[in-house]
Ligand binder design. Sequence first.
Ligand code: UD1
Ligand code: CA
Length: 507
Amino acid sequence: MSVPRPAAVIVLAAGEGTRMKSKKPKVLHELCGLALLDHMLAAARGLEPDRLILVTGHAREQVEAHVAATSPDAQTVVQEVRRGTGHAVRTVLEKAGPIEGTILVTYGDTPLLRTETLAELLATHAREGNAVTVLTAEVPDPTGYGRIVRDAAGAVLRIVEEKDATPEERAIREMNSGVYAFDGVLLADAVKRVSTANAQGEEYLTDVLAILREDGHRVGAYVAADHAEVEGVNDRVQLAAARQVLNRRILERHMRDGVTVIDPASTWIDANVVLEPDVVIHPGTQLHGRTVVAEGAEIGPGSTLTDTVVGEEAVVRNAVCVSARIGPQAQVGPFAYLRPGTVLARKAKAGTFVEMKNAQVGEGTKVPHLTYAGDAVIGAGSNIGAATVFVNYDGVNKHKTVVGDHAFVGCDTMLVAPVTVGDGAYTAAGSVITDDVPPGAIGVARERQRNVGEWVLRRRAGTASAAAARRAIARQTEEAYQGEQAEEVDKAGAAEGAVPAEEQREK
Ligand code: UD1
Ligand code: CA
């Protein structure tokens, strides 16, 4: 279908959204990684309009800052006082100058509206040569919406708001979505002639239809196939419902493109996430922001990735990853937390109960268990023992630790930064490493063990420990005695040329 590009899309978003009961403007509430408003702007952008115009009013500073940061192609027009949808459009046409061609008007709070549906509206508008074409839908419960009044032949006569409607008109189930394609020049003239003589004392944009029809122009409607698509979000219940529909759409797009989603009901993927074919997403997984997952990688179960890049065939289980880069065939989790600046090279591992921040881990290096690695650079082929801590914070400043290639950091090593463990160096388990360990050396930084014999028998007399120790000691004494006896026999046997008992046992 070839659709004429609209001269402008005007998105109305000056309203308060009081039913959200929020300090945040309604159109900035998040779903699928984008603000409510962004979904509408994205759908509008798909039509390639010459101008994308957003009407702001309530909390305009916040909305304008958001739009400037995320939709620099959109222009904002302020509606200082909200006198109705007609007034909002009139304000745009007065401030932005005359717009020739087709103008599409829509709202900032209809996140499910697709480019395809808007294109159908535009195509109908062009095909029928209408002055205005309204997007409508048949809904089970039209309460609160404007109703489409048609004549006996089915031609659209006008739109009546619920508050102004007669009981017969209220029975009409075809609702006004609030989305229209207008002839720009005719709209500019008609919107000036809208009165405020109605139940709400507002300038209704809906009145433009009757005005244009009375002027002898063609007025039409395009009925949307799915009414859910045109329904707006007014409260957080509707926000959650819309989020679910959008998420499902996103999942289905990925599944059709070759991604396996084991449990769509518990999987949440933001609109801008990129997934390559043969990615497998396990239940309870959320992929947010600019996350990218390469071919054949497996994510989940129970993983939340934000702005994280995952290489091909990597496996990420029960992990939380924020602004991390996970290399091809790397392994993460179960139960890992990768914070910003974590970079795992190919086949590296950040295993169970491992937390990393600003840490580079070289190719094939394993950090398998119970480790915190902050501000670290670790080479290739190294092994970081369980319970190692990269002690990066001195209470005031953060310091860096460097571990070389093919190093072996013993279990429970404290690497007190700044410190370097050289290539091929070891640290002894339980060491507190405060000085650099040269390549090939082993750093041993702990007291030599001493045992105080039978301390428990004396100092914890009468405890179960003391009793257990006493039994063990008695057993040892008994074994030692029997050993002596056996030796006596061996000696006697050896004297007779027999095989010693020791060697017999080995056989
Ligand atoms: C409007 C329609 C109604 C339609 C419904 C669909 C009118 C008179 N009525 O009713 O037929 O069924 O939408 O949701 O148009 N806005 C401004 N400036 C204003 C007033 C509104 O920008 O001065 C914006 C709001 O932010 C909102 C949209 O326009 O995004 C609709 O406004 P709202 O007050 O919700 O209109 P409804 O009464 O719901
Ligand atoms: Ca509304």
